[in-house]
Design a protein around this ligand. Structure first.
Ligand SMILES: C[S@@+](CC[C@H](N)C(=O)[O-])C[C@H]1O[C@@H](n2cnc3c(N)ncnc32)[C@H](O)[C@@H]1O
Length: 281
């Protein structure tokens, strides 16, 4: 039984990191006319109302998209991200926040394809509504880990998968590890982007996951982390990370510029790090 609802967290600092990296990767794929496939394995609801009760519970967007959208970014990727969020808010108040499936859909060209997977029945209904009728998009109401392997290698082969589990079940860490290794073998040209949380020490499994993946010698793995300060409490999340496998050329330089500017807009004790993942880390 799934209890996690992304509406409580939409637009927080973790979404900002994840969605910025996602748009950076899509920009690389759009750099050539050749078609691409994108798989969004844990899609969520699609569009979030930041004024509703879920989002207002902890107002997590105030540590993420709110300060960023209140600024005037210079970096082109940051600017593009902010423009995509503003486009969902025609009356200029920041009320609606687009999740990963909507961000991806907005970057597709006529020749590209998107597969969206989601298990939660309520999120599936919202997703159907927010994605609308789009012949480029296929919605799969199935388990992400099983579906990722069943759908790969996709046609067209060029492309990426965003893997964004809720980790409400601790077994998700093992499932992520096993699935990524198999996925990379089945789809060697695919770019795989995994999100993970940075939590209080006894609840944090990110070190185990990154070390286990580093031992697999996957190709060109880039690790990007954003922290918004020290862990203040046992629960809650002080930051998050992304691992990108088959990192496209110059993504690292791009993200250095974008994340470097992002931490200035987020302010406080925000910091970021970018490094290659190797078994020595
Ligand atoms: C972190 S949220 C996704 C947020 C979304 N990717 C975004 O960036 O806007 C994770 C989603 O995965 C769904 N989920 C959890 N376990 C799943 C599974 N095994 N298969 C498919 N979906 C799952 C949850 O219902 C939740 O909506």
């Amino acid at each position: 039984m799934l209890s996690y609802r992304h509406g409580f967290h939409a637009g927080n600092h973790a979404d900002v990191l994840k969605h910025l990296v996602l748009l950076g990767l899509l920009e690389k794929l759009r750099g050539k006319d050749k078609p691409f496939t994108c798989i969004d394995s844990h899609a969520g609801a699609g569009l979030y109302d930041l004024f509703n009760a879920h989002a207002q519970t902890n107002r997590e967007h105030e540590s993420g998209i709110v300060p960023l959208c209140s600024s005037q970014p210079v970096d082109p990727l940051l600017r593009h991200y902010v423009e995509r969020v503003r486009a969902c808010n025609p009356d200029s108040r920041l009320r609606f926040y687009p999740g990963s499936p909507l961000l991806i859909q907005g970057e597709l060209r006529a020749q590209d394809r998107l597969h969206v997977l989601e298990l939660h029945p309520a999120e599936q209904i919202s997703l159907q509504e927010s994605l609308g009728q789009d012949r480029r998009v296929s919605l799969h109401l199935r388990d992400a880990f099983e579906g990722l392997l069943a759908l790969t290698p996709p046609e067209p082969r060029r492309g990426m998968a965003l893997i964004d589990p809720s980790y409400e079940d601790k077994k998700d860490y093992q499932r992520v590890h096993a699935t990524l290794v198999k996925l990379q073998r089945r789809w060697p040209v695919g770019i795989l982007a995994l999100w993970y949380p940075l939590l209080a020490r006894e609840r944090d499994h990110s070190h185990w996951l990154c070390a286990a993946l580093a031992r697999e010698n996957l190709p060109d793995v880039l690790q990007l982390e954003l922290s918004v300060g020290p862990q203040a409490e046992e629960f809650g999340m002080h930051g998050s990370g992304m691992l990108v496998i088959n990192t496209p050329w110059q993504l690292r330089e791009q993200m250095q510029a974008s994340l470097g500017e992002l931490v200035k807009h987020l302010g406080g004790e925000s910091s970021c790090s970018i490094q290659s993942l190797s078994s020595a880390n």
